[in-house]
Ligand binder design. Structure first.
Ligand SMILES: [Cu+2]
Length: 642
């Protein structure tokens, strides 16, 4: 087993889609300081590559000059004004700059740290903790959340407002999330770090819980000793090739990208079919994650997270460890993000690339010819993000038969509260002594800019329909498949239908397969969940995207964020509902699919104190993209001798 490491932003990066390098981030911050005075009284929320137009990327060839640009979001702490700019790195100047009144930039790790530290020194906080017999402040964790827009008390609405939880470690180095300090939340001005109010709904006597997961802290834990070594050996290395950010494996090729907001991005995905490199997708990423807690109690009613728009999966990406997070021949790619002063920060081993054995790919046993069996390999490109108590593990998998799978594993530690009554509240599950984990949902919005054999695509809603019993269908067996093209963005708002096995097909009517039909990729829905929410509720108004399983839009380069670009303290969804209000044509054009999936998390005792992964995924599968099984040419595995 071996691991190699490279950087997502190689020095002297040459491709227009390569993420910003540390040097480029420094340059952008310096230009902003020089030309707009973005200095110490400011914070940078976001510095990211301004991706060039699709046509430019398509026509680019190695060695071409690239005029690199960056998008910047920053704000002035003194008056709280937010600004958005675009910087030309090549021309050393700001090319666009606008004030965004009433909008808040994304929350940042620096603020999370600063807010926690400031509060722990505030005498009112110390007194509130004292009332709960908490005196060792070093064991207190103040965990800041963005405060859900419409829930922010009216008098604080014009501020940048944080809302905090308080947690308490049983001993030095133990899990702070093991012990909620119930009924105590602070409302903070994130710019001045001023404590605006204390929401104290009363002392709850702390229960005796066991919320530790590190073996030395779990009383009486005997670690299993019956696991034999399992090693993945690839003596000649992995079958993939990574050159700069271009990754090739079997027939697949793609570029690895990374954005502070989305984390891993898959660019320019194509499949080599004979002498043709056939495009499948221009860009694949997760564009938003909405996590409403479904518990109206004081401890949870403000808990409506937008983990991507508020905090950024890229900023929260954590370094991977070889042999623990992935096995085999691994190529790691570092990522570069930045702090609020515009200083680059390198996340080592941010993205993992490796291949995995995936069991049987196809098989048949013929009485005369014997068995033909092929093993499946898949290429896995993954990253992990830690969002305070919770982790999201994201895996994009590419298969030899042209299939693509996007998998998310949720793990980490659930939010809990303690209660004083005999019975746990109705909107959660009892997980420990007088401790419950509230129900919640994780809605992830995948932004799928598919270009199936090129840009002119039409999405079809496909479903099965059993035909009624009739003279020509006497036993009621007949079933037909309907394929209905979605012609407008209004028609593109689609909901899953289990009873008809509804799915969606991205069809290129200008490209035919050898059987005479149009080529297509199918979005195979998995893990879709209904919003189950009153349309008038504040969180639904801010995240209307969760009201449908699928949205389809006509491609616009700047339409990237389904709930709007600025979701911190947003009051309504400024993304998909506004764009689709135009009801543009989505027929035979460049389309983007927004697929909403995730976890309907009805919490379990087994999810405590650390949650075994909850795994969800969806697939993109070729449907008539090829004329037959494209994996007939996969060689048999060498027979093992024993
Ligand atoms: Cu959950």
């Amino acid at each position: 087993m071996a691991a190699k490491r490279t950087s997502a932003t190689p020095a002297g990066s040459k491709h227009p889609l390569d993420p910003l390098s540390a040097e480029e981030i420094r340059q952008v911050a310096a230009i902003m300081r020089r030309d707009q005075g973005v200095g110490s009284g400011w914070r940078f929320g976001m510095i990211e590559l301004h991706e060039p137009a699709k046509a430019f990327v398509r026509s680019f060839s190695a060695g071409d000059r690239v005029a690199r640009e960056a998008d910047v979001v920053c704000w002035r702490r003194g008056d709280g004004h937010t600004f958005k700019g675009r910087v030309s790195i090549a021309e050393d100047r700001i090319v666009a700059w606008e004030h965004r009144p009433g909008e808040q930039a994304n929350f940042t790790n620096d603020e999370f740290q600063a807010c926690g530290e400031a509060l722990k020194q505030d005498p009112r906080v110390i007194a509130a903790l004292e009332r709960r017999e908490i005196r060792d402040i070093s064991r207190v964790l103040v965990d800041t959340w963005a405060y859900g827009g419409l829930l922010v008390p009216e008098r604080h609405r014009d501020r940048r407002v944080g809302w905090t939880d308080v947690w308490y470690s049983s001993e030095e180095g133990s899990n702070p999330y093991a012990n909620p300090v119930a009924g105590l939340h602070f409302v903070v001005d994130m710019n001045t770090l001023e404590l605006l109010e204390i929401q104290d709904s009363g002392v709850v006597e702390r229960p005796h819980t066991m919320g530790e997961y590190v073996p030395r802290l779990v009383p009486g834990l005997r670690v299993r000793d019956d696991l034999m070594p399992l090693e993945v050996v690839q003596p000649q290395g992995g079958s993939y090739v990574l050159e700069g950010n271009e990754l090739r494996w079997q027939r697949w090729s793609m570029r690895i990208g990374f954005s502070p907001r989305e984390g891993l991005v898959i660019h320019t995905l194509g499949y080599q079919d004979g002498d043709r490199l056939r495009p499948v997708a221009h860009r694949l990423s997760f564009a938003e994650m909405v996590v409403p807690y479904r518990d109206p109690s004081d401890d949870h009613k403000a808990r409506t997270a937008f983990d991507i728009g508020e905090w950024g999966l890229g900023f929260m990406t954590t370094a991977l460890e070889w042999g623990c997070d992935c096995l085999g021949e691994i190529e790691y790619v570092d990522a570069v993000v930045h702090d609020t002063q515009g200083e680059p920060q390198t996340i080592r081993n941010a993205i993992c690339i490796h291949e995995e054995d995936d069991g049987v790919l196809w098989k048949h046993v013929d009485p005369k010819a014997g068995a033909e069996v092929r093993r499946s390999r898949r290429l896995v490109v993954s990253f992990h993000a830690t969002v305070a108590n919770y982790e999201y593990l994201v895996y994009w998998r590419f298969y030899q038969d042209g299939s693509i799978e996007a998998e998310v594993r949720a793990t980490g530690i659930m939010v809990t509260s303690s209660f004083s009554e005999d019975e746990p509240p109705a909107c959660g599950t009892l997980v420990d002594e007088r401790t419950y984990a509230p129900f919640h949902q994780h809605f992830i919005v995948a932004r799928l800019d598919l270009d199936v054999d090129g840009e002119p695509n039409t999405v079809h809603m496909i479903e099965s329909e059993p035909l009624p019993v009739a003279r020509e269908n006497p036993h009621g067996l007949a079933m037909v498949q309907r394929s209905i093209p979605l012609r407008t963005e209004a028609e593109g708002k689609q909901d899953y239908n289990w009873s008809s096995q509804r799915a969606w097909k991205v069809v290129n009517e200008t490209s035919s397969n050898g059987l005479g039909g149009p080529v297509a990729y199918k979005l195979v829905p998995g893990a879709c969940l209904p919003a189950m929410m009153d349309p008038g509720s504040p969180i639904f108004r801010r995240a209307q995207v969760i009201g449908h399983t699928l949205w389809v839009t006509s491609y616009e380069g700047d339409e990237r964020w389904p709930c709007g670009e600025f979701v911190v303290q947003s009051e309504r969804d400024r993304g998909l509902p506004e764009w689709t209000a135009e009801n543009r044509s989505i027929e035979n054009t460049d389309v983007v699919l927004w697929y909403v999936f995730g976890i309907h998390h009805i919490t379990r005792p087994e999810d405590w104190p650390v949650m075994p992964v909850d795994t969800v995924s969806f697939w993109l599968k070729p449907v008539g993209f090829f004329d037959r099984n494209p994996a007939l040419d996969v060689p048999p595995a060498p027979r093992a001798s024993r």
